[in-house]
Design a protein around this ligand. Structure first.
Ligand code: ZN
Length: 69
């Protein structure tokens, strides 16, 4: 009987982990979409934290920023 309770506890734990994982997934996806910007030179989408800004435009790397000058 204790073995059955143990199995039930494991199943409940897996269910809760799966539930929390599914709950976090759409939030992370939305966060990534919000933080993406488009390079004015090549059109590649880069995260805001990795992008470079110059003259009101956004670039993916220093080479493309300098090419726009
Ligand atoms: Zn670029």
């Amino acid at each position: 009987m204790s073995r059955l309770l143990f199995l039930f506890a494991i199943a409940a734990l897996i269910y809760l982990l799966f539930k929390s994982f599914r709950k976090n997934l759409p939030h992370e996806h939305r966060q990534i979409e919000e933080d993406m910007v488009r390079c004015s030179h090549c059109g590649v989408h880069v995260p805001v934290s990795e992008s470079l800004r110059a003259g009101g435009q956004v670039f993916c790397c220093t080479a493309h920023r300098d090419a726009g000058k």
